[in-house]
Design a binder for this molecule. Structure first.
Ligand SMILES: Cc1ncc(COP(=O)(O)O)c(C=O)c1O
Length: 293
């Protein structure tokens, strides 16, 4: 992962990332009492802005934090941060913690001002070999908490799962529980059977994915059947295609699962079609306002 871009925004001011400082009493640091978003930016324009801010607002509400600013203010701030970092393609990290207290108190102190931090980083271009060959994934038992629908910075179990995948030479860990597919350590997971795309229903155990939502929408628009249904481990292992969706990488095909080829062992037609549809959709949105009038 490339080093972040130089200019960040912390609690009301733009400043060099190297000079940004927060208190060690910040509850984000002490308790992971914070939520976040990752927003891709193409040609200077934040992608799926409303969807990301809506998810951030939902995460904040679920952990009893107020939205620190209105959508129009977020839009202006993101646009300015992108410009100050030179525009083009990048991704933005948005982090809202409950702020710094006078000590280490578990109980909430409603008087705290949140810590709001934004930084930018280069968007890694997808390696053509990854598009050509797909990626490897491993399955693991889901060991995360019971509210994975909240995009919380408490990511230790995700970090360990991703590291276990990396140790096995894989790109992603696909998490299972009770014989069913949940999601990846940092991605949504979808499967293809007989040309139809299936994704597990949302609930407290799965993060609503912006990339997954767009994939389902674009499939529907393109006449590819879409099903929201529980995906058993057997259905995952027997899939013609397994797709990962993440904001920073779009759609990737999993072509090896636990060392076994998925389907033909090559990226399949739905993965390839979705990659084209995503590129076309990015072009379709270029120059349009971030917020509906
Ligand atoms: C656990 C988890 N699930 C799903 C996703 C995919 O969400 P999105 O497509 O909005 O990036 C992410 C992205 O970070 C994630 O961390």
């Amino acid at each position: 992962m490339a080093a972040p871009l130089p200019i960040c925004w912390l609690n009301g001011e733009f400043l060099p990332l190297a000079e940004a400082r927060i208190s060690p009493l910040d509850r984000g640091f002490l308790f992971a009492d914070a939520v976040y978003e990752v927003v891709p930016v193409y040609a200077g324009r934040p992608f799926l802005f409303v969807e990301h801010i809506a998810r951030l607002e939902r995460s904040l509400g679920e952990v009893r934090m107020a939205a620190p600013m209105a959508r129009a203010a977020w839009a202006a701030l993101l646009t300015e941060l992108v410009a100050r970092n030179g525009g083009g393609d990048m991704y933005l990290y948005l982090h809202v913690s409950r702020g710094a207290d006078e000590g280490r108190n578990h109980a909430l102190n409603p008087a705290l001002a949140p810590t709001v931090f934004l930084m930018a980083a280069p968007l890694p271009a997808t390696d053509p070999a990854v598009l050509e060959n797909g990626v490897a994934a491993v399955t693991l038992a889901d060991q995360r908490w019971a509210r994975c629908d909240i995009k919380s910075t408490a990511l230790l179990a995700n970090v360990l799962a991703k590291s276990a995948a990396a140790d096995a030479g894989a790109t992603e860990a696909i998490l299972l529980a009770g014989g069913r597919l949940r999601e990846g350590s940092s991605s949504s997971v979808m499967v293809v059977h007989g040309g139809a795309l299936s994704a597990p229903p949302y609930g407290p155990e799965i993060l609503p994915g912006t990339t997954r939502e767009l994939a389902l929408r674009l499939c529907t628009r393109a006449g590819i059947p879409v099903r929201i249904e529980p995906v058993s481990e057997a259905a995952l292992r027997g899939a013609d295609e397994i797709l990962l969706g993440f904001a920073t990488r779009g759609i990737l095909a999993v072509t090896r699962l636990d060392g076994t080829p998925v389907g033909s062992g090559r990226p399949g037609p739905v993965a390839r079609r979705l990659q084209e549809l995503f590129a076309a959709y990015r072009a379709e949105l270029a120059g349009t306002p971030l917020l509906p009038a």
